[in-house]
Every structure is written in C-alpha cells, then in structure tokens.
Design a protein around this ligand. Sequence first.
Ligand SMILES: Cc1ncc(COP(=O)(O)O)c(C=O)c1O
Length: 422
Amino acid sequence: MLESRIKSQEPRSKTNLILKKCQKTYQQPATNNQQPTTNFETLAIRTQTERSQFDEHSTPLYLTSSFVFEDAEDMRASFAEEKDKNLYSRFSNPNVTEFIDKIALMEGAESGYAFATGMAAIYSTFVALLNAGDHIVSCQSVFGSTHTLFTKYFPKWNIETTYFKAEDAQNVEKYIQPNTKILYLETPTNPAIEVLDLEFFGQIAKKHNLIFIVDNCFATPYLQKPIKYGADIVVHSATKLIDGQGRVLGGVAVGKADLIREIYLFARNTGPAMSPFNAWILSKSLETLAIRVEKHCENAIKVAEFLESHPNVDLVKYPFLKSHTSYEIAKKQMKLGGNIVAFEIKGGIEGGRNFLNKIKMCSLSANLGDTRTIVTHPASTTHSKLSDEERNEVGITAGLVRCSVGLENVDDIIADLKQALD
Ligand SMILES: Cc1ncc(COP(=O)(O)O)c(C=O)c1O
C-alpha cells in the first residue's frame, strides 16, 4: 500500500491548492463555506502547497535542486512553459512558491519571486526593470546598501538617482525627468523613521507613468499595503519581521505580473534564488506574523512613550506618537506604528556609545525585527564612515539610537533602557 502510493507519486488531496508558478495569479484558500477568504490570518495559515501522498498536515521541506519528467515530451513542454511544473530550484521550488504565494496574497499582489536576501530582491528588481540611461527618483533616507547601489554601482550603467527629502515630498515632481522610470520609497525609513504618504506618491507615479516601488520591510503587509495606494512592486527583507526570530536571510518582490515576469527571468538566469530551507522557515513564520507584529507594536508604543518622558532623551521618533511630524499620514496608511523606535540621546556620539555600553539585557546587534530587543547606534557603527553633514542629510544625528522592540515583557525592556539612560 505504502509502496504503491510512493510509486504513483500522485498527491492524494488537492485541498488548499495554491501551488502556482510566479507568472500566474493566485487562488485563495476557501473557508468551510467554500467562500474565498480575504482575512489576513487565515490566508497566512491556510495557504499551502498540495499535500503529498503522505497526507502531511504541515508542509514538508522539499530539499531538492531539480525535478524529474515523465518523458522527452513532458520535459520539452515543461521547459517551453506549456506546463506549470517545477524544473529546477533556481527557477522555482514548492517551498519557495508557498512562501511567495502567502506574501502575494497578503500584499494583494498578482505575482512574486523570492530571493536569498532583501538586497538581492532590491538589486534584481532594479536591474531587471532598468536600462542604461534611465533615472530613479527616491526618498533620501533609504537603507545603507540601497544607497550604495544608487550612488556607487548604478552610475556605472549611466543610471542616476535623484533624492528628495521627506520634508520636501510635496515638491517631488520637480525631480522627475523625461528619462525617470522608477519612483522608489521606503516607509517608515531605516533608521530615521520618516513616514511618506503612499497615496500621494501613488498618484504622482500614475500621473508620470513611473514604476512605483516600495520597500515595505519596516511595516510588513500586516500593517501597511502599498499596492492599495498604487505601488507596482513591493520589496521586502524577509530577514526582519517576516522571519521574526533572527534565524534566516530572505527577500521577496511582489507586484504586477508583467513586471514580476521580467524580474523572474533576470533572477532565473542570474541565480539569487531563496533556498527551499529558508522558504520553509519563512513560510511557517508568516503563520504567526499578525499576532507577533501586534505584540511588537504594543510593546513599541509603550517604549516610545517611556523614552519621550526621559530627561536624557531629546527626541523620539515613532510613527504612532502624536509628536511625529507625519503622525496623520502614519495613522492613515498603517494599522499600528511598527516595532522600530528611534531616539536622540543627549551627549552626541559619546552619549550613544555610553548608552550601548550600559545596556544589560537588550542585544547590540545589526539585525532588527527579532523577538529579542536590539539597540544600535548608527553614527558610531553602520554610518561611521559618513561625515556629520552626510549623516544629517539622511536623518542620522550623532546621538540617534535605533531600538528594534522585541517580544520580551515590556517592563523588562523599559527597565533595561531606563538603567542605561539614567
Ligand atoms: C529597509 C531595509 N531594506 C532592505 C534591507 C536589506 O535586507 P537583507 O539584509 O535581507 O539583505 C534591510 C536590512 O536591514 C532593511 O532594513
């Protein structure tokens, strides 16, 4: 019996059939009354690959580099994309497809492709969609490696980037040129926690026929859905809140099917694919994304309020604090404020370094979006090579501390920050 089932290689159940290649649109899991659900938590949990002949409940790990074909015709038709089959794990893999399907459903996207890291997703998206001589308009406060792509590598192909400051967002049209192809945003930004108005930028992109790309890493699709506001592509570092436990690296780009098709073809030929193991981990992490992010945000607002009341803190930046300059925009487009709190400690660079040295429980680490609370001081670490002027340009002042609020008891997080600040 077992042997015959193994031999037949036929999946016995087609429940929750979501296994679609990246150029296809997605089905949604049906609830008991057979109506497709749009509820985030259900999509996160019930979107699953076809069951195998073993009737497993939780998706197994498909650690295989390639897949087999019945005969020459099956192989020809599969390579010609006449059949919807996995060929090779650089192109697609059941675990990776399940992860992509979940993110695409959560973001409201038509299609997607998953990468080894967030930077692989960002780099591949740009390179697949741009030609030599094209131009990018981007918010100024972007993640450091994205900034390096814009300023060091893309100019090699005559691709220039013009930055606009968050406070100058209303005038963004003046930076658009005849050769501008992409409008790029991070919101909230890393590490300056600026919030940009997705609805406004969606309208600008549409008016000027630009490809609108949003890095939604800090918010996750649970808190913010850029596609609703006109984004064509959403990119993520899945390394952060999507994994949520500081274990694996990953990245993903989801959006319009025709654009994703270009990104897929670029990636399929250049090889930045996500590993099936990481996809398996990340897909299971997504099942608890909603509940984790809720708790992260509940802790983060308490931390932000505590910091605002501390005499050794000059300024606190958290999207859902009334004092944030873009509080109204954050309330409009985000469900909650996220888990990152930035604050300006008194005493500049030395003040920041002293604070890190006094921390007892929280981690000093480069990652964010982990269960464990992490504090960093960008001016003396990640951005230490920039001049004061360059740092100020991207919103990083000498005493700025970034706190990725974790899931420990919030009283313990606050107690640790308090003793270090006191
Ligand atoms: C906003 C943002 N985008 C992209 C990345 C890059 O992601 P990865 O480290 O997975 O390559 C990061 C990493 O910190 C990030 O914070």
